[in-house]
Structure formats: C-alpha cells, structure tokens
Design a protein around this ligand. Structure first.
Ligand SMILES: C[S@@+](CC[C@H](N)C(=O)[O-])C[C@H]1O[C@@H](n2cnc3c(N)ncnc32)[C@H](O)[C@@H]1O
Length: 233
C-alpha cells in the first residue's frame, strides 16, 4: 500500500492550532473547538438522546464531509462511549481530500487532553493512509470509522450507506464552495436514511437553498462564540 502524497499543508498558530494552507482557513475556531463541535454537530443531531436510545445490535451511522483532525469523530465517539448501551454500535463515515500526516494529526490531537484515550486509539490505526476507502475498527468492532481519502465528489458516489446524522464541516463556503454544491447535496440526500438529520456551522443563504433543494428541511439556530447562526436539518 502506498502512502498518499497530497497531505494537508498545515501552519500552526501561536497557540498550536492548525490552519490549512491549501484553503486558508482554520480547522476549528480558536477559542471554542470542542464546544463548537458539540453545539453544532452533536446537539443539532440530538446524539445524546439517540445514542442512549439505541438497542443492542442497533447501529447509528454518522456521515461527515471533511475529516480533518478527526476531532468531530472523537467527540462523537466519546459521547457514544458515555451513553450508548454496550451492545449498540457506531459507524462514522467521512471523506477527506487532504489527510493530515500522522505527525500533524498527533500534534493537533494533543490540543485535547480530554480526548486523549480516543485520540491515541485513532493514532495507533492511522498508518499507511491512502487514496480511497479504509476502515478502522475500535472497541472490538463496536465503533467503526470509514475514511474515504479523495475529493468528496469522487468518493461519495462510490459509497453505499444509510446515514442517520450528517456533520457538514468542509471549511467556510466562501473559501471552499466545492464542498457545498448541488451535486454534493444530492449525494447526501441519496445516502440519507429516512429522517436523517444534519448540523452545520454555516447559515449562508445559497448553502441553505441548496440543501433545501436536495430535500432537507432546515432551521436556523443561535450559534456560539463568533458564529451568530448555525443550521440544523
Ligand atoms: C473544517 S475542516 C474539518 C475539520 C474536521 N471535521 C475536524 O474535526 O478536525 C474541513 C476539511 O475538509 C477537507 N476538504 C476540503 N475540500 C474537500 C473536498 N472537496 N473533498 C474532501 N475533503 C475536502 C479539508 O481538507 C479539511 O480537512
């Protein structure tokens, strides 16, 4: 297996936080990384209640656009570990065009000591990351991560899944419109389970209109920190 060469180009700010040189944007907000993830993705998808309600052998599938540092995945896993029954399962499916190198991933995850147990488990599996689909298995199969490396619009059409909850996290639409196109929203709709939900940090009008055209019903929600409004669907 060959390693990918198109790794994320990262600059680190004075507090050790990653910034993408390719997209000139931050991976998470400076002050509120974990709080923002929990507010935008975990709470808007109602995951605490949905994880708690899972029966043995039931699986909740989360889909994400933009794996980045894996922080969203680790937050979801941490909550699942806290409140799901031992027989329930979590499958997290995500796509990433420019994966972090293992060294950069380790540096980014060091920012979140409270996620260290989960982050170390991810780092132990995060080797020989390559183009296309790869699967990481944790907790003897209770938690599965499918990482698709490549452009979202090339990878998502190859996926067969029934996603229950979406995390739309592909950098700001103004900086990266490619992650917010009608073609991509059509893939999200195709891959959604009935009654699938979504959370996203952007309330940009053309993104909302595109998601509604793909069949999602949306609601604006007050944001936290510098974000005035976020969206749930
Ligand atoms: C805001 S960051 C994601 C942060 C991430 N969820 C986390 O927990 O750290 C956006 C990610 O989307 C990725 N990305 C941007 N355009 C993409 C595309 N067309 N296809 C796949 N991934 C893309 C970027 O490389 C970046 O890692």
């Amino acid at each position: 297996m060959t390693d990918v060469t198109n790794y994320a180009q990262i600059d680190w700010d004075d507090q050790g936080r990653p910034h993408s040189r390719q997209y000139d944007d931050v991976y998470f907000s400076k002050e509120q990384g974990l709080e923002e993830t929990r507010h935008v993705f975990i709470e808007q998808n109602n995951l605490r209640q949905r994880f708690s309600a899972l029966q043995d052998n039931q699986c909740l599938v989360i889909g994400e656009t933009g794996f980045g540092t894996g922080m969203n995945f680790l937050c979801a896993w941490q909550l699942f570990a806290e409140c799901a029954s031992p027989g329930a399962r979590l499958h997290f499916v995500t796509v990433e065009k420019y994966p972090l190198s293992r060294a950069d991933l380790a540096k980014a995850l060091a920012l979140w000591p409270e996620l260290a147990g989960f982050g170390n488990a991810l780092l132990a599996e995060y080797v020989a990351v390559h183009e296309g689909f790869q699967q990481f298995v944790f907790e003897q199969g209770r938690v599965t991560l499918t990482l698709m490396v490549g452009d979202a619009l090339e990878q998502l059409p190859q996926l067969d899944a029934r996603v229950d909850a979406w995390f739309l996290d592909g950098f700001a639409p103004a900086k990266n419109p490619e992650m917010w196109t009608p073609e991509l929203f059509a893939q999200l709709a195709r891959l959604s389970a009935e009654q699938a939900t979504l959370g996203t940090f952007t309330s940009t009008g053309w993104v909302r209109r595109g998601l509604m055209a793909a069949g999602f019903a949306l609601k604006k929600i007050p944001g936290i920190g510098k974000k005035w409004e976020i969206v749930r669907g």
